[in-house]
Design a protein around this ligand. Structure first.
Ligand SMILES: [Fe+2]
Length: 323
């Protein structure tokens, strides 16, 4: 059972499902974790979050309802304000992802089996994800950050789609271009369908041979989309989203002006979602840490677009203020 509580009610032993507040400033360790010690408790109490959703099935409740409430009659009923349904935004974002999940899996299967894709179906998903990102970005990205092995491909695709449409709107691009970029985000990793089971999501470092195999996914994705009725930019992003500005990327080692704006945007959104994702085997960076570290990677990204991207998601800073 999920229960929303105020920050002052937090205590050791609670399992925090979600936090609510200014989404971009929330440290990721606040989500999907148990409060196990006094230091974590203190950090949470000192944070700027307003309310939290805790899972009573995975941890203790607030002091008002524990310990052993059945052993003595309560002096008064539990405060009604503490028992509220989950946030409407979270519920709506989950509903979006439930609908999108089924449709996107069908699209992946269709492309993988070489059957013809219905472009209207892809457009409908992009429109739904873009609308969710417009109205409840914190809830949508909060959920997509938590990626289990089984759901990684789906949630990463949705997250990159959401970030691409958000970024494109921030850049005031034409609505049709926004939709095409969203579609590119949704399908950019479709070549991973061709990779052997066991390589994707592998917690240990990949061997040289496994790395070589993983690096085939951009051209494989391009090949899968070759006969499909999708905008050219979708195939282009699929093929080149792992290229770098300094030419050290793959598969073609393109550099600088050889990379279109769409490809440069996708490279940023793709890496941002990967590094801020919560996975069982790695640290998830906060938005600000991602900003600091991605900015320090010389030659990787288009610096102007990188600054604009972080400005678009509300991360301010010296670098983001540069043109
Ligand atoms: Fe990729």
């Amino acid at each position: 059972m999920l229960l929303r509580i105020e920050r002052r009610q937090v205590r050791i032993g609670m399992y925090v499902q979600e936090v609510e507040g200014d989404w971009i400033d929330l440290p990721l360790w606040f989500r999907g974790c148990r409060i196990g010690d006094a230091a974590t408790l203190a950090r949470m109490r000192d944070s700027r979050i307003s309310t939290l959703v805790i899972d009573l099935g995975k941890g203790v409740g607030p002091a008002e309802t524990t310990p052993f409430p059945a052993l003595r009659p309560p002096l008064s009923p539990a405060p009604a304000a503490a028992r509220v349904p989950p946030s409407p935004d979270l519920e709506k974002a989950r509903a979006t992802l439930r609908r999108t999940n089924a449709a996107l899996r069908q699209i992946f299967r269709t492309v993988h089996e070489g059957r013809v894709l219905d472009p209207a179906q892809t457009r409908a998903i992009v429109d739904e994800v873009a609308a969710a990102m417009r109205h409840r970005p914190g809830a949508l990205l909060g959920i997509t950050r938590l990626k289990s092995k089984d759901e990684y491909s789906f949630l990463h695709s949705v997250a990159v789609c959401a970030l691409m449409t958000h970024f494109a709107r921030f850049l005031r691009l034409d609505p049709v271009e926004v939709q095409h970029l969203g579609m590119a985000g949704l399908l950019h990793d479709i070549g991973k369908l061709t990779l052997p089971e066991g390589i994707l999501g592998k917690p240990e470092a990949l061997s040289e041979e496994e790395t070589r195999i993983v690096r085939t996914h951009p051209p494989e994705g391009f090949r899968l989309l070759a006969g499909q009725d999708v905008p050219d930019v979708v195939r282009e992003v699929c093929l080149h989203h792992h290229e770098r500005m300094d030419g050290a990327g793959y598969p073609d080692g393109l550099a600088g002006d050889q990379l279109s704006r769409a490809v440069r945007m996708a490279a940023i959104c793709d890496v941002y979602d990967a590094v801020t994702s919560v996975r069982p085997y790695k640290e998830a960076w906060s938005a600000k840490t991602a900003y600091r570290r991605m900015w320090s990677w010389e030659g990787h990204f288009d610096r102007v677009l990188l600054g604009q991207f972080f400005r678009s998601i509300g991360v301010a800073g010296e670098a983001a203020r540069q043109p």
